[in-house]
Ligand binder design. Structure first.
Ligand code: ATP
Ligand code: MG
Ligand code: MG
Length: 346
């Protein structure tokens, strides 16, 4: 059978691998770590640095298509994956790796992010905060995830203690939202687009904690605008696969937060809660197969992330016979680490 290469070795790669195996594909993981929870369920594992040219070339030779489960993969070494091997392509990565570029990109498409300012040097700090206003959130332009690389700024004085890293910062005004939601879509090689239902997403300390359907009415009222923006973005990027856009539902409409050029934690419920999961449709899209139905199988669905020690009580979680428990096979239940999730349908 054909081989799918995945750049990145975390739980998203693991769940893509499981969907790929169901469709008869072999999976080859490429990740810099020595241990990979994706490699554990895959046929092959290359543990090598992103910039290891030879390893990347060997990997490219062994794969029929290559995708990524992590938006911070450096773009330069991916030139080894020429000839349309990579799906989605490098443009989506370049845009989504840089919070400033991503916001400009979305604005050009008619989207509305929170007020923001790029801060590239220490001497731009005071002006950047003044232009946007406090309170707000300071974020690293690159490399942040799960709320890492972010600081609350309550008043302009809080900026004085922040050192600007080489790759810069983006300062955003604090958005007052009624709820958070994300648009998850899949786009095929022929340009067909399908959307999953949008859940209410609840974060705790910058980490997704809980998703639920149905979402509040305000999401239904704003979903068309949000979907239109996400679809425009996917088309502008000539995107193939699953793409996610996070939004704040506010009194002035959907405010764009960020995009992820990949399957997303807020779509884990689709494994049991949709006719076709985000993982399966991602595989179908990158492999040029027909897309599956994205409809939800019930009106009421919830997904709870298991963070750190929350994952340890396996028997407790399974004491609800309706609970679908997913554990990612991570050895250490460190605080703040995504260890698994529980989905309930209906
Ligand atoms: P992810 O794991 O989703 O990639 P991330 O580290 O990229 O997370 P963000 O999505 O930027 O982080 O922020 C994490 C959460 O922090 C948001 O989902 C939201 O709850 C809160 N947040 C971020 N920016 C703002 C803002 N400008 N106003 C209000 N809340 C915000
Ligand atoms: Mg992010
Ligand atoms: Mg986010």
């Amino acid at each position: 059978g054909a081989t799918i290469g995945i750049l990145g070795g975390g739980q998203l790669g693991r769940m893509i691998s499981m969907a790929a195996a169901q469709l008869g594909y072999r999976v080859h993981i490429y990740a810099p770590e020595k241990d990979s929870v994706a490699a554990e369920v895959s046929a092959r594992f290359t543990s090598a640095a992103w910039h290891d040219r030879e390893a990347m070339q060997d990997f490219a030779q062994a794969c029929d298509v290559v995708t990524y489960e992590f938006e911070n993969v450096p773009v330069a070494p991916l030139s080894a994956l020429s000839g349309g091997l990579l799906a989605p392509g490098t443009l989506a990565l370049e845009v989504a790796q840089d919070r400033y570029r991503e916001k400009r990109f979305v604005e050009q498409l008619g989207g509305k992010p929170a007020p923001y300012a790029a801060i590239d040097h220490d001497n731009e700090m005071a002006d950047g905060i003044a232009r946007v206003g406090a309170p707000g959130i300071m974020k690293t332009r690159r490399d942040g995830y799960d709320g890492k690389g972010q600081w609350k700024i309550a008043s302009p004085a809080d900026g004085a203690g922040v050192r600007v890293p080489e790759s810069g910062l983006v300062y955003e005004g604090l958005v007052h939202f009624e709820c958070e939601f994300s648009v998850i879509l899949v786009r095929s090689r022929t340009g067909e687009v399908r959307f999953w239902d949008s859940t209410r997403n609840v974060h705790d300390n910058g980490i997704l904690a809980h998703c639920e359907l149905p979402a509040p009415d305000i999401v239904a009222a704003q979903i068309d605008d949000a979907r239109e923006l996400a679809q425009k973005a996917a088309e502008a990027l000539d995107y193939v696969g699953v793409m996610t856009m996070e939004f704040f539902a506010t009194s002035v409409g959907p405010v764009f937060n960020e995009m992820a050029p990949r399957v997303h934690n807020s779509g884990h419920w689709t494994i049991e809660g949709a006719v076709t999961s985000q993982f399966e449709n991602h595989v179908r899209a990158i492999c040029g197969l027909p897309l599956g139905d994205t409809a939800s199988v019930a009106a009421t669905i919830s997904m709870d992330n298991l963070i750190g020690a929350q994952a340890l009580d396996v028997v407790g979680h399974l004491s609800d016979p309706r609970a679908h428990l997913h554990l990612y096979g991570k050895a250490e239940a460190r605080a703040g680490r995504k260890m698994g999730h529980v989905t309930r349908v209906g």
